[in-house]
Ligand binder design. Structure first.
Ligand code: HH2
Length: 263
């Protein structure tokens, strides 16, 4: 029997400065519902851009942006994850109904986030990023990118487990574009299967990222759907459990057609 298709995490950035959809949603709740209609299994709500060099957002502002959206979508029966590095945002998002915590710092940025995650029953995405969004590109230095990212994620999984987060709740993500140059991203994508050695489901977030024009030539963010689909299918081929994408309907179609046309 063919392996299960990846599930789709639809991106809902409620930020003025996200690299691809910043400031686009006049009504974020309606935008989230539309992503669900288009085939998203879960909506990832984020109130702080993590693009290289992005300005950190104060706690109050991040709460103001995200919590009403998490609450409204959860109330409408939509599964929601919260994309944050702040324990208090996690805490309030969980209280508002979030079922997944997505932390690009793998629960390192805030000393309280391990405990908040441990006390919840939510799924937890641990992503690889060296340093933080301000410093990560300067830290893009690897001899064997895939092996080093796997080792970092294995260490974070061990820390999470010792803090009381059951392995069954963990998801690992190589963090495409986070403190990585083109060659590093490509090495990881080519060796994606090796990440299964971590023993937890995998998530891939490559949608609209700058490796696409770096590979294929200049394309503004709005014109990166073909490359995004190619990367989503690479993730599916490698057996990732989750794809984090902006273009939910197009990704769902690509996955269905790809799966049907395989043996
Ligand atoms: N990428 C971004 C943000 N959060 N979370 C996970 N788990 N994996 C990723 O690859 C990932 C992520 C960056 O993309 P986006 O949300 O579109 O932009 P921004 O950070 O500028 O809001």
């Amino acid at each position: 029997m063919a392996a299960a298709l990846p599930r789709i995490m639809g991106i809902l950035n409620v930020t003025p400065d996200s690299f691809s959809d910043g400031g686009r949603h006049a009504d974020p709740v309606a935008a989230g519902m539309a992503l669900r209609e288009a085939g998203a299994d879960l909506i990832d709500v984020g109130g702080e851009s993590t693009r290289p060099g992005a300005t950190p957002v104060p706690l109050d502002e991040e709460l103001r942006r995200t919590i009403p959206v998490v609450a409204a979508l959860s109330k409408a029966g939509v599964a929601v994850s919260i994309d944050t590095m702040k324990a208090e945002v996690m805490r309030q998002a969980l209280a508002a109904g979030a079922v997944m915590l997505n932390d690009v710092s793998a629960l390192t940025a805030d000393p309280e986030s391990l405990a908040v995650a441990a006390q919840s029953t939510a799924r937890v995405v641990l992503m690889h990023m060296p340093g933080n969004p301000q410093t990560m590109q300067a830290l893009a230095d690897y001899r064997d990118p895939a092996a080093e990212v796997i080792a970092h994620l294995a260490a974070r999984i061990a820390v999470a487990e010792s803090a009381g987060i059951a392995r069954e709740r963990l998801i690992a993500d190589p963090g495409i574009g986070f403190g990585k140059g083109l060659e590093h991203n490509l090495a990881i994508l080519r060796q994606l299967e090796a990440f299964h050695s971590l023993g937890v489901p995998l998530l891939l977030g490559a949608s609209r990222k700058s490796l696409i024009p770096a590979i294929a030539g200049p394309a503004p963010v709005a014109d990166r759907l073909p490359g995004s689909l190619a990367l989503a299918l690479r993730g599916a081929e490698a057996g990732v459990a989750w794809l984090r994408v902006h273009d939910v309907g197009a990704t769902a179609q690509a996955l269905k057609v790809w799966a049907a046309a395989r043996a």
